[in-house]
Design a protein around this ligand. Sequence first.
Ligand code: SAH
Length: 519
Amino acid sequence: MEMENRQKEKKGKVWLAGAGPGDGALLTLKTARLMEQADVIVYDALISAEILSRIPETKEVIYVGKHAGNHPVPQEEINRILVREAKKGKHVLRLKGGDPFVFGRGGEELESLLQEKIPFEIVPGVTSAAAVPAYAGIPVTHRDYASSFHVITGHARKGGKVELDFPALVRLDGTLVFLMGLSSMEFLLNGLTEAGMDPDMPAAVLENGTSAGQRRVTATVTTLKEASDRAGIKTPAIIVVGKVCALSSRMHWAEDRVLGGRQFLVTRPRQSSSSLASRLRDLGAQVIEMPAIRTEPICPNERLKKALETFGMHAAQEWLVFTSPAGADIFFDQLMELGMDLRSLLVRRAEVRIAAIGSGTAAVPEKRGLIPDLVPQVYSAAALGEALAETAAEGSHVTVARAEKGSEELIPPLLSAGLSVEDVPLYRTVYETHPFLREQIREMLESGKIDAVTFTSASTVRGFTGAVKDADYTKIRAVCIGEQTAAEAAKHGMRIQVSEQASMDAMVGKIVELFGKNR
Ligand code: SAH
């Protein structure tokens, strides 16, 4: 009973928001925030995987787009879903491609919210009508060529013909932008020329604009249909008619960026923000971030507590070893948790040394004023073990602070060198991905829409193969940090490329070398 009352107290509300035309960077700040805050997200087919990958995996999502070969969810059904969810007291984000009021049937959804007195807000989005031409180097207006632009639907209502006043459109003498016009292209273009438009008027068809897969075909209003068919242009696409279309041959830019036209899947632990993803985006790539793994600290951690209590009391030289940024972070968090000051470890008998597997891991203690004494040249557990075995003073004690089930290659070289080793598990790795994204990602991988997948550890490979099951992994190009990560990817038949250095620079460098354009 009380539960029921509480449900009623929270007022449901719907945000009708645009997600833009595809490029994740064209999402508005408000929509991005709502994606974090909403209780449930209702989205349709035009939302890119790059954008969907921002949805936290705990979030409830309802897909109302077309399923492969199936019909779309009827509009009345979508209206009902919005009303139903809002009445449960939920904050509902209705996420639409482009702008919600530009041929988004947003008005119809609002009618049913009004009828049920459900509060709402509208969040405009970047519409494909302007953004897709912009990414193709077509300014929809231009002082010399077009003083207006007009957005027109090319979609016929229920079986009928598209009803358009072609003479009126021609008289406008502005840029004409047709949405949903691909299947009626011939009818549209003929209509224009028959109504007196110059048969040599420039025209363009733009597929999948703003995304990595964007394609552009320019011709004239007379020849566009044939050129489009020859290029095999598919939906979503817009048709642009007007003198400004001729500018794209000089003003195109998006696909010319170093990684323009490329799409990557970046797997990473959920907690770490991905500087790799933003670096790749800066170079023009589209990036789907797939948080394949989540790290879960072991807490309370009795073994760590014991290890810390006796640290610096075993030998004349003692090493503290970090094998991942997450592990190092958790180590310092646990010190705080235990109320231990770093000085209490350093005043002990031993001379304290620190080792890190790579520069990313080294950065964590460095931020706390501890500069590692040893970072091996090559990023691998084996290389770290060997380097440490060589560097450490005879009889040293080594405390390894790392993941549960860490690499088996680190410890043996240390033991053979006669060092005493304490392996302290700090966290475990939990594999996860949004279930609703898995299918889409698999389809994209198999159809070659994703150029490469990046892996920064063997556990990200395991997380990925655990999430995207039964895919044809041999189609995947894997760019890996370190031999061990590469070996794990190779096990699944992926085509591997290895960045020897464990730095973002090296990784980005490798990707540019493999996929970049020489300019
Ligand atoms: N509300 C959306 C339009 C929805 S109608 C907006 O403001 O952009 C769907 C049509 O939009 C598609 O048939 C296509 O013509 C166009 N469209 C949407 N995204 C597109 C894209 N990335 N590239 C090309 N056309 C796109």
